[in-house]
Ligand binder design. Structure first.
Ligand code: UN1
Length: 523
């Protein structure tokens, strides 16, 4: 069953009956017949099974067996790179229009299957159904956006100027070769599907490895490309430990480039590794954030509090785009805080398969324990204004449920103020004026997203002029710092948040996957 309505993070509403009942139906189907299955790897056009397996369980209820996946080895990763290398010449020579047509078909298939894909994702990531539906449709739109971009730019083959009548000069963007895509758990489909598509549509061949906590969605994403009619070896999927499979996907000399999305620490390693061979190679690195919001005394405070609560606690704070620091002008601090506490108290934490849950679970035991450890530190060094405990009554004891937490009273250089926590923990503090707030907002290694609330137009301009971040928003109630949409916001970070300086789903994404050849012919 396919949905007729247009879904985005910002337009979905929990009281949409058609959407809710369609999801209920898909969820029943997934529960009845799609859990506990074995999922393969995909190498050189074949499904491949390893000797060792990983069993994936749900963070909602750790008794639920999601799937059995392959614990691949270094040899599997090597075979995948070799297959991608062998397939490269043929794929690069395939007319770009054919590549575009294949990606458009995959986008349609994603939209047709969006309910089931979302239901699996809800079970595996613990995100709410609206977040999951939004992500699946975002993936389809990213593919469509890249297909349109290839067409608009005529395959990136463009005529340049002439110095005489007897010459033609072309700029041709060409693919690099074997492209490795490594993606995180929080947006396991969008942050895999988009770079896989970007690499393939521009003529690279791909080896994809998803996150080890989202093995089911990793395969469901891979399956879309595996079944798309691509020549053998053009797309490959491996799963397995980072120290073997992941390491081979950094070390193998036949790799031409990488898209890595994940933590700052690992991203920096992948970036350094890209310089380790005989020549430097391209790496598109998308890392974390410690995303600030500034609230002016001229803000609509209801809008500000709603936007902040949604961006801090949606997906349990496990978005690199999540809001994690708020600087409020002191004149309106008490009023803003009262509203923020009210909005946060109204957010429902619950089983994410249910209709009304806004927050579900954190991803795994490690994140659950980190949350408790950070909250102990917050209690010791500052004050907790809201929440801060795991939720363990009844069925909640079977999964990794936690309350949203709001904390304050920490020094500016405190680890909870500086480090990306990737959890629903929001730091709030007052500042004397906007200048002080801006200085604090920018005093970070990160520069991914940022938000501002003020009804004064000159202040809004001042914010954009001064904030050091790649994806910025003013006065957004649906999400102060989250919810970028392909073709609407280019999503990418500055400084320690990203290396290319260009956003995903934006005007300049595809050229990152190609090198330029200038072709001059004199007649
Ligand atoms: C992420 O936050 O990890 O802007 C990726 C957003 C979404 C996802 C970004 N498009 O919140």
């Amino acid at each position: 069953m396919a949905l007729k309505m247009k879904i985005t993070y910002a337009t979905m509403s929990a009281d949409n009956e058609e959407l809710q009942s369609a999801f209920d139906e898909a969820f029943e189907k997934v529960k009845a017949s799609m859990l506990g299955v074995e999922v393969p790897m995909y190498i050189d056009g074949e499904k491949v099974y390893a000797d060792e397996k990983s069993i994936a369980y749900s963070p909602i209820d750790t008794r639920i067996h999601l799937c059995t996946a392959q614990k691949g080895t270094r040899e599997h990763a090597r075979a995948a790179v070799a297959a991608a290398k062998a397939a490269f010449k043929g794929w690069a020579a395939t007319p770009w229009q054919e590549r575009v047509a294949i990606m458009r078909r995959i986008a349609e298939k994603i939209s047709e299957n969006s309910l089931e894909l979302s239901a699996i994702m809800v079970m595996e990531v613990g995100k709410s159904r609206l977040e999951a539906l939004g992500e699946v449709e975002e993936t389809a739109d990213l593919l469509r956006y890249y297909a349109n971009a290839m067409e608009k730019n005529e395959g990136y083959i463009r005529e340049l100027g002439k110095l005489s009548d007897h010459e033609t000069n072309l700029s041709v963007l060409k693919p690099f070769g074997v492209w490795v895509v490594i993606s995180p758990f929080n947006f396991p489909m969008a942050l895999s599907g988009a770079p896989i598509c970007a690499a393939l549509i521009t003529g690279n061949t791909v080896v994809f490895k998803g996150a080890s906590s989202t093995l089911y969605t990793g395969w469901k994403t891979a399956e879309l490309f595996a079944e798309a009619g691509l020549p053998d070896g053009v797309f490959n999927y491996v799963s397995g430990p980072g120290r073997t499979v992941g390491q081979e996907l950094q070390d193998n000399p036949d790799i031409a480039g990488w898209t890595f999305t994940g933590s700052y620490e690992v991203g920096m390693q992948v970036a350094r590794n890209a310089l380790n061979g005989r020549y430097p190679k391209p790496a598109i690195i998308e890392m974390g954030g410690k995303n600030p919001v500034l609230v002016s005394r001229h803000a609509d405070l209801d809008k500000a509090a709603t936007g902040v609560a949604r961006s801090a606690f949606g997906l349990d704070g496990q978005k690199c785009s999540a809001c994690s620091r708020v600087y409020v002008e002191e004149k309106v601090y008490d009023q803003f805080l009262a509203l923020l506490l009210e909005k946060t108290a109204a957010l429902k934490v619950g089983n994410p398969t249910a209709r009304d849950a806004f927050m579900g679970t954190v991803i795994d035991k490690g994140a659950y324990e980190d949350y408790q450890r950070y909250m102990e530190i917050a209690r010791r060094d500052g004050q907790v204004l809201f929440g801060g405990n795991p939720i363990t009554e009844g069925d909640f004891s079977r999964g990794y449920y936690v309350q949203p937490a709001i904390i304050t009273g920490l020094p500016d250089d405190h680890e909870l103020v500086k480090n990306e926590l990737f959890l629903p923990i929001l730091y709030v503090t007052k500042v004397k004026n906007l200048e002080e707030g801006m200085a604090k907002a920018n005093d970070t290694v990160y520069g991914l997203t940022a938000g501002f609330f003020s009804e004064d137009k000159a202040e809004v301009k001042w914010f954009f002029d001064n904030i050091e971040a790649g994806t910025t928003y003013a006065n957004r109630r649906s999400g102060a710092t989250t919810g970028a949409w392909p073709g609407v916001q280019a999503f990418g970070g500055w400084k320690g948040s990203g290396m290319s300086g260009k956003g995903v789903g934006g005007l300049y994404t595809l050229p990152l996957y190609m090198h330029e050849q200038s072709q001059t012919v004199i007649e």
